[in-house]
Write a protein that binds this ligand. Structure first.
Ligand SMILES: [Zn+2]
Length: 318
């Protein structure tokens, strides 16, 4: 039996993943510093509405509002005993929005890092991280997630722990790391090292890549490192809409819809199969990406210089 994402990847040259969850929920009234995951129970209507907007903007895959809903992260909000109910609610809300879509849309169960530094540098062991991720994954599966979306990871040990959780609950998964401007994750993992790690896993992902980070150009340069590593697996690129700055009491990201549209076209031409946006990516950004992917013909594989120049030109125009 083939999972929905693998089936869609077999049918189409590219798929559009959704935009931001957290930053869009802040725009919908979530208090700064509050845990977005809690809204699955306190404001289900607004979470469902964000999913609807992303589907309306053309998303083929949406992320559940559960990025920080592991027991370690939820402890900060005094909610570490609510992992099961919050993740169940997160997956159900996404399923409800998808049921109205009238076309196939993948429900990807978002799982972010534990927030603790992994041993031996930190105190989070791989076994404990596996236990935390498994608890979350189990509830996402029960709520109807098609797969697990393991994202913004920076340590190899944490990626392995989350992958193991996917294997234990028997769900397909996708894995992404977040890379710094120097081209490595905070914990020092390079894109080719991630590609190698992924290839050695006993339960490999459907697709893998990079998300979040410092902007679309930097993320694409990291993704070019995956293809250079010769990995055959489908690639994902889901960058932040640039860098945030404060304006009128809120956070504004400096990459507008036209920049993210250019990014989407460059990513596709680079061979990326799943294109989306992370922090700062609104439904308006996503609509522009969809429109560009559909209307602009496929071009040659862009060089690193072309990526920097084409995105840079649009950024300085703003
Ligand atoms: Zn992000």
């Amino acid at each position: 039996m083939t999972d929905l994402l693998s089936r869609l990847l077999g049918e189409r040259p590219w798929l559009l993943a959704d935009g931001a969850t957290g930053t869009n929920l802040y725009n919908m009234g979530l208090a700064p510093g509050a845990a977005p995951d809690l809204w699955c129970e306190t404001h289900p209507d607004r979470v469902r509405e964000l999913h609807r907007q992303m589907i309306g903007a053309g998303a083929d895959l949406i992320l559940t509002n559960s990025f920080g809903a592991n027991a370690s992260r939820l402890r900060l909000a005094g909610a570490s005993d609510r992992v099961a109910s919050l993740n169940l609610a997160a997956a159900r809300l996404a399923r409800e929005a998808v049921a109205e879509a009238g076309r196939p849309v993948v429900v990807a169960g978002s799982m972010g890092p534990t927030g603790e530094i992994m041993a031996p540098m930190g105190r989070m062991t791989e076994a404990e991280a596996t236990r935390l991720f498994t608890e979350q994954a189990e509830a996402l599966k029960q709520g109807g997630a098609d797969l697990l979306w393991i994202e913004t990871i920076s340590a190899a040990e944490e990626m392995r722990a989350a992958a193991r959780a996917a294997q234990i609950v028997d769900l397909p998964w996708c894995g992404m790391m977040s890379f710094e401007p120097g081209g490595r994750s905070v914990m020092g993992v390079s894109p080719p090292q991630l590609a190698k790690l992924i290839d050695r896993l006993p339960h490999p992902p459907v697709a893998y890549g990079a998300n979040c980070g410092t902007g679309p150009a930097e993320l694409l340069l990291a993704v070019a490192g995956f293809s250079a590593a010769g990995c055959e697996r489908a690639l994902i690129a889901k960058p932040n809409a640039g860098v945030p700055r404060y304006q009128d009491g809120g956070l504004i990201y400096d990459a507008g819809p036209e920049v993210m549209a250019e990014f989407a076209v460059l990513a596709r031409d680079l061979g990326v199969r799943i294109v989306g946006g992370c922090c700062g990516t609104t439904p308006a950004h996503l609509s522009a990406m969809r429109e560009a992917l559909q209307s602009r013909p496929r071009g040659p594989r862009p060089t690193a210089d072309a990526i920097s120049a084409r995105i840079g030109a649009l950024m300085t125009d703003r």
